[in-house]
Design a protein around this ligand. Structure first.
Ligand SMILES: [Zn+2]
Length: 324
């Protein structure tokens, strides 16, 4: 089955090289209440289009933006950026971890009500936009809270019916196995699940254990504050060597732009950037970093071109479309 992108269905064979976890824009719940308002939309679009065009020039044709519902998800923005850049964008339904997300109303709902809501978005589109998510996002924090468990159960229930992939956030690479258990209990197809953010595993063994049942994401490439790219490359090479090259996906978890006029994340006042959009561009790595800087590290460790193509092309296609 083709995967639903923001601009319509895309067949697996047409996805091309795909990054499975990037963000066009991120915001935090409540920013819309700030009278200083949102960042300039035209500027956001210009930055994102520029970034995605550069990515396309590096041979990547598609990306998944698994922005949770409540973190500034903006399907109409994705549609415009996708049209103007020529890069397919697949976006998500699903809530984030409880630390930063899960609005109060939804904390009071049962798993089947959450599943219904996710399914409604997957089937009919977000609100009145008609734009349909192509994946479900699910997330857990440092410990798995009961509300997170409920959202994961809802995600697992909706996934089977919608025949789509689930992409997860793990905090500090923790609780991937627990996520798998919850999904399995909800009747989900684990072969269409990506356990994300395994970058902070110092050794390959725990990642291999997850890869026995699901896809795994080394999807924060270039984020040196979390782990070194040498460790990431060592782990990916070990997975390939152990026969799990067909289960690894790569990405940066790059945030192209911010939705708010003020820097949304906690930071001492004196270090906060004066202009969020422009200053942010100077601190983050470009979306082409994986191609220009990380793939050479894999090659240096004996991962060949065919294996890289499996990781960047075949694995996302199987994850997103279910094709074998
Ligand atoms: Zn992310």
């Amino acid at each position: 089955m083709p995967v639903m992108s923001v601009n319509g269905p895309v067949a697996g064979a047409d996805l091309g090289r795909t990054l499975v976890h990037e963000h066009i824009i991120i915001g935090l719940p409540g920013q819309e209440l700030d009278p200083r308002g949102l960042a300039d939309r035209r500027e956001i679009v210009a930055i994102a289009v520029d970034e995605l065009q550069r990515l396309k020039a590096h041979g990547v044709d598609s990306l998944v933006d698994p922005c949770p519902i409540e973190l500034g998800r903006d399907p109409e923005l994705y549609a415009e950026v996708s049209q103007r850049s020529g890069v397919n964008i697949i976006f998500a339904t699903g809530f984030y971890m409880e630390d930063l997300g899960i609005p109060m109303y939804w904390r009071s709902r049962d798993a089947d009500e959450i599943a219904d809501f996710y399914l409604k978005e997957l089937t009919d589109g977000v609100g009145s936009t008609g734009l349909r998510p192509g994946v479900i996002k699910a997330a857990t924090g440092m410990d798995v809270t009961s509300n997170e468990e409920k959202c994961l159960t809802g995600a697992g229930m909706a996934q089977r019916q919608a025949d789509c992939a689930i992409i997860t956030h793990t905090q500090r690479s923790r609780h991937g196995a627990r996520q798998q258990e919850i999904f399995a209990d909800a009747g989900a197809d684990l072969s269409r699940v990506l356990i994300g953010h395994q970058d902070e595993q110092p050794t390959p063994e725990p990642i291999i254990a997850l890869a026995e049942r699901s896809f795994v994401g080394i999807d924060r490439v270039g984020l040196d504050s979390l782990a070194s790219d040498d460790t990431r490359a060592d782990n990916v090479a070990a997975l390939v060597k152990a026969g799990f090259g067909g289960r690894v996906c790569l990405s940066h978890d790059c945030v192209c732009t911010m939705a708010s006029a003020r820097f949304p994340f906690p930071m001492p006042r004196e270090r906060r950037p004066a202009n969020v959009l422009q200053d942010w561009q100077k601190t983050r790595k470009p979306l082409s970093f994986l191609v220009t800087d990380f793939l050479p590290r894999l090659k240096a460790r004996g991962v060949d071109d065919a294996q890289i193509d499996t990781i960047l092309r075949d694995n996302p296609s199987r994850l997103l479309t279910g094709a074998s």
